[in-house]
Design a protein around this ligand. Structure first.
Ligand SMILES: *Cc1c(COP(=O)(O)O)cnc(C)c1O
Length: 404
């Protein structure tokens, strides 16, 4: 029996629907990013990247690069083990202190990615608290959903960003059951922002813990880059704040910040923390440099928000529809998976502009989009070229324009 034919059949179904994923093979050019070299059909061409989550260009910041070089020169390449078995370096300990300070918590705990931090933390808390019920926002990220599922705890989904629905759902649960409310601050695909204070008020009223994913906000919001909860003075209202070092901080890794008791508990019981090799010291060193820089520098944040504003204003001027939101994410709505991919292919091949099409299951069917993430490393000329190309393809595809 050929298993490959079964595998191929399922992949063919994706292709027929127009949502088969093709990766762009890039080499980012340090010092010139968002410029990258693209390898395609044995040729190399220049592209401008418009869909990176390296939101502030910190992946090429001189302080970050220097810290990583220095750590490699001092310690070599890998950590050499799990945190438990010889993998805890001085860099990991300093980074955890830096993160605890960022979120004004007693403690922090590092993981190899944001995905792993959500999966490991939620699954450990919810599985080891007897009778725990998890209240999960309807649009939570896959890593949170998988963590909750793995815990086998009871899950109740509340309507997206809706504290009143959360209140009703919490009220319907047994008063003595331990409860955990899991949600995000900036939602990555629509760029909308949770009413954190109202959600914490409702959670407090029912004696529930709160778990906030700030992956798309850390580094970007708040006077020291602590995220939306820092900006709104709410960090002390959250039981757990989770974040990534791979997006605005430009490196890699994930973490939680919480009380010493919570961090020690997850450190002690979570399989996703215990049984995997620690991050290389150089990654930890790069993350420390990036976090420290963004704690004291507001320059990158302000420059980013300025470029986001320019992109929006220019889209408005030519009537190209995008989701209005209070964040840095600009979702240009195509609302058709085949057109979305065709536009993305055309932008790449004709103009050297790279915007990945976002299709189902990342977003609901009928809401396919080009998710544009302007950054301080995009120049005004980059913006003008991208807008001109979008305007051209919008006309060619006879896509609807918004009336101003
Ligand atoms: C990207 C993402 C993660 C995972 O973070 P990584 O560091 O990339 O693994 C978690 N939550 C949300 C909302 C994300 O978008």
């Amino acid at each position: 029996m050929s298993f490959d034919s079964i595998f191929n059949e399922q992949v063919d179904a994706l292709k027929a629907e127009g949502r088969y994923r093709i990766f762009a093979e890039l080499e980012r050019k340090r010092g010139q990013f968002p410029l990258a070299a693209r390898h395609h059909d044995g040729r190399i061409s220049d592209v401008t990247v418009w869909c990176s989550n390296d939101y502030l260009g910190m992946g090429q910041h001189p302080a970050v690069i220097a810290a990583m070089h220095e750590a490699i020169d001092r310690c070599g390449a890998g950590a050499g083990g799990t945190r438990n078995i010889s993998g805890t370096t001085h860099y990991h300990v300093v980074l955890e202190r830096e993160l605890a300070d960022l979120h004004q918590k007693e403690s922090a705990l590092l993981f190899t990615s944001g995905y792993v931090s959500n999966w490991a933390s939620l699954s450990t808390i919810a599985s080891r608290l007897p009778g725990c019920v998890v209240l999960s926002d309807a649009l939570n990220h896959a890593s949170m959903i998988e963590g909750i599922r793995h815990s086998k705890a009871r899950k109740v989904i509340f309507e997206h960003n809706d504290p009143e629905d959360l209140d009703r759902k919490l009220a319907a649960l047994p008063t003595d059951a331990p409860k955990l409310v899991a949600f995000e601050s900036v939602y990555s695909m629509d760029g909308d922002i949770a009413p954190i204070k109202e959600i914490c008020d409702v959670a407090d009223k029912h004696g529930a813990m709160t778990y906030l994913d700030e992956v798309h906000a850390v580094g970007l919001y708040g006077p020291r880059g602590g995220g939306i909860a820092e900006r709104e003075g709410l960090m002390d209202r959250l039981t757990v704040i989770e974040g990534t070092l791979g997006k605005a901080y430009g490196v890699m890794g994930g973490y939680i910040a919480a009380s010493a008791a919570v961090c020690d508990f997850i450190r002690s019981f979570s399989s996703g923390f215990i049984f995997t090799t620690a991050l290389p010291p150089a990654l930890a060193a790069g993350a420390i440099a990036s976090i420290r820089h963004l704690k004291s520098s507001d320059f990158e944040r302000r420059a980013k928000h300025a470029q986001v504003g320019k992109v929006r204003a220019k889209l408005d001027a030519i009537g190209i529809p995008y989701l209005k939101n209070p964040s840095h994410i600009v979702p240009v709505m195509v609302r058709d998976p085949v057109k979305c991919k065709a536009i993305s292919d055309w932008l790449m091949s004709v103009h050297g502009i790279y915007v990945q099409p976002i299709n189902y299951p990342t977003v609901p069917r009928g809401t396919e989009r080009l998710r544009i993430t302007p950054s301080p490393v995009h120049s005004d000329a980059d913006i003008d070229r991208m807008i001109a190309a979008l305007s051209e393809i919008w006309s060619q595809c006879a896509l609807a324009r918004a009336v101003a």
